[in-house]
Design a protein around this ligand. Structure first.
Ligand code: HPA
Ligand code: MG
Length: 246
């Protein structure tokens, strides 16, 4: 009797587990690769629970995405990217300055995956500097600062690495620019995409987190050049916005 009951319990458990989804449905709807969706209601973690540079005390409201979670998500993105562009050479185009940490950590993971699979793919990293934000507002004109001649992209598999995408204006302008140099393939990865009115739906190809329409700083994302030295991604406070306003 007991044996039968135990077997029955196992069967029920297996059926139940099969019905239990391990991924949130909204993660699957937009792209098969998915993204971590952070809901509008998410308040972030209390600052008291983590460490951060003391000089930013009062300048941020909460730890929105802890550094460790960022790193774990980047490892997953690196795997997705390698599934699509393995056995080939990758020309990484890092969008400065906000993308430098993401790019650095992503490339390390890409190389590690390549090593563990005994694939000796050549990873080159080039940099482009864009600027379109003043205070927390997007300005109309996109400035490409620094290397404008991207002829080294010709015939290459290009991975554009961008920290944050909202309306997609910046990334679309950059894509057009990059395509004039006739690369073989172009993929875009963004650590964050922001849910704004008219947000881009199909771009980028690989997304770390989808976040609400709030101004975030840290992990190389700035507010007038401040907060790049913060490891976590945090929500800036009103005090912080005032203190560093230009
Ligand atoms: N933080 C920092 N830089 C940005 C953001 C943001 O939320 N959105 C666009 N550029
Ligand atoms: Mg900026």
């Amino acid at each position: 009797g007991l044996q039968v009951l135990l077997i029955l319990k196992r069967v029920v458990t297996i059926i139940f587990l099969k019905k239990t989804r391990l991924v949130a449905p909204e993660m699957e709807s937009r792209s098969t690769k998915g993204r971590v969706v952070i809901k509008d209601e998410w308040p972030g973690y209390s600052l008291k629970l983590f460490t951060y540079p003391e000089h930013y005390h009062e300048d941020v409201e909460s730890v929105y995405i802890p550094h460790g979670v960022i790193m774990d998500r980047i490892e997953r993105l690196a795997r997705h990217i390698m599934e699509d562009i393995s056995d080939q050479n990758i020309m990484v185009l890092c969008v400065l300055k906000g993308g430098y940490k993401f790019c650095c950590d992503l490339v390390e993971h890409i190389k590690a995956i390549g090593r563990s699979a005994d694939k000796y793919l050549e990873t080159r990293v080039e940099f482009i500097r864009l600027k379109s934000y003043l205070n927390d507002q997007s300005t109309e004109d996109l400035q490409i600062i620094g290397s404008q001649d991207l002829s080294f992209l010709r015939g290459k598999n290009v991975l554009i690495v961008e920290a944050i995408v909202d309306t997609g204006k910046t990334i679309n302008a950059l894509l057009k620019h990059v395509e004039t140099f006739e690369p073989k393939m172009v993929k875009v990865t963004a650590l964050l995409v922001k849910r704004v009115p008219n947000m881009v739906e199909n771009l980028p190809d690989y997304v770390g987190f989808e976040i609400p329409n709030r101004f975030v700083v840290g992990y190389a994302l700035d507010y007038n050049e401040y907060f790049r030295d913060l490891n976590h991604i945090c929500v800036i406070s009103e005090v912080g916005k005032k203190k560093y306003k230009i």
